[in-house]
Design a protein around this ligand. Structure first.
Ligand code: TXA
Ligand code: MG
Length: 348
């Protein structure tokens, strides 16, 4: 039995009567975990500073790391933003509702705690039917980071949420597993040129097709340093990390497989691999497969569950091959690099 009450809803046609208490809690300043198409979110009324403070407490999150504000559609965008640039309108027309977050100049009604003291606000319109129904029912903008304890992989099922937040929030809404499995793409429109801060379900290629030039924050693929601090404060923390150290392996996939085979029995080793490769790693202490090699959509959906599965056993280290950076591969690569704390070995 969990300490926090759970309400289970149909992920495609959620019953409004079942969601009513969740909506009421959000309006009244409570904390509610709910599913989105990317990962589960930990929601609070974004205009209620005290409620948002509760988010930071429940997650153990540093307060300089701003929150994403969730809306059901673009109607209230002008309330939250000082200006809504034409690029934002075009992007939301193309990709909303969906896994895209835009960083825009914020208006005075957004509490400083939500924006982490920045003069911008991140806004997203999730497509998950449960998130949509809840946002419409509660009638307030909802600040929602991923519903994990700070530093842990984001939750893609209620089981993950229970591991991290049971007893720390008011209500869990269970809508089954998340479809995308990685957090939304975060794109800043606050500067001269659109800047990709976090790759996700909407790819860099899709953004460039619509916008032309899009710059990529160096922190997406390289370790941020004092010289190049990341523009998204959240990207500077070690993140998505299993308990054992994770080592990312870059290079030709056959060479990477050979490298992992040779080392699987040197201590208690965890191996992240792809479908069909399991028989190569019979001596590994833990094994997780991400589905077919190159099927980035399936790989994304399984990644965080695979990373969490390594915590079930005591391990000395985990090896994980890095995927190529095309399409959703860029987001997979980014999350694995963060999980590795940028410990990468180039395999010849
Ligand atoms: O898919 C998602 O985006 C999920 C679901 C629940 O919607 N939410 C999520 O939130 O991943 P969170 O808080 O875990 O990640 C938000 C990221 C952080 O890296 C944060 O630093 C960045 O977005 N961010 C938020 N507001 C920002 C702002 N004003 N300027 C720059 N970066 C911002
Ligand atoms: Mg997060």
């Amino acid at each position: 039995m969990s300490q926090t009450p759970v309400v289970t809803v149909d992920p495609v046609h959620p019953d409004p009567a079942l969601l009513a208490p969740a909506a009421e809690l959000l309006r009244g300043g409570g904390l509610v975990v709910f599913p989105t198409e990317t990962v589960y979110g930990l929601g609070a009324n974004a205009l209620d500073q005290r409620a948002c403070h509760g988010i930071y407490e429940a997650k153990g999150r540093p307060s300089d790391n701003p929150l994403i504000v969730h809306l059901p559609d673009t109607e209230r965008l002008p309330e939250l933003c000082r200006t809504v640039p034409p690029e934002a309108v075009a992007l939301f027309r193309a990709f909303a509702p969906g896994p895209l977050t835009l960083v825009l100049p914020k208006s005075g009604i957004v509490p400083d705690l939500v924006s982490g003291g920045l003069d911008t606000v991140a806004v997203r319109i999730p497509s998950h039917p449960v998130a949509q129904a809840l946002l419409r029912a509660c009638g307030v903008p909802v600040a929602a980071p991923s519903a994990n304890r700070s530093g842990r992989p984001s939750p893609t099922s209620l089981q993950h949420v229970l591991e991290d937040l049971d007893g720390r929030v008011d209500l869990f809404v269970d809508g089954g597993p998340c479809g995308v499995g990685l957090e939304s793409t975060v794109l800043s429109l606050a500067g001269e040129t659109p800047l990709l801060l976090r790759p996700g379900g909407v790819s860099l290629e899709q953004l460039r097709e619509l916008l032309g030039e899009v710059r990529v924050d160096p922190a997406v693929l390289a370790q941020a340093s004092a010289k190049t601090p990341p523009q998204a404060p959240g990207m500077k923390y070690r993140h998505y990390a299993p308990k054992a150290p994770l080592i990312a392996l870059d290079g030709d996939h056959r060479s990477v497989l050979q490298y992992m085979r040779e080392r699987q029995a040197r201590g208690r080793v965890g191996i992240l691999c792809y479908e069909g490769e399991e028989p190569l790693f019979r001596q590994a202490a833990a094994l997780a497969a991400l589905g077919p090699l190159g099927d980035h959509e399936v790989n994304a959906r399984r990644l965080f569950d695979a990373l969490r599965s390594f915590d079930a056993v005591q391990l000395d280290r985990i090896y994980a091959p890095l995927p190529d950076a095309a399409g959703l591969g860029l987001a997979l690569r980014n999350r694995l690099l963060k999980a590795a704390g940028h410990h990468v070995i180039e395999v010849e």
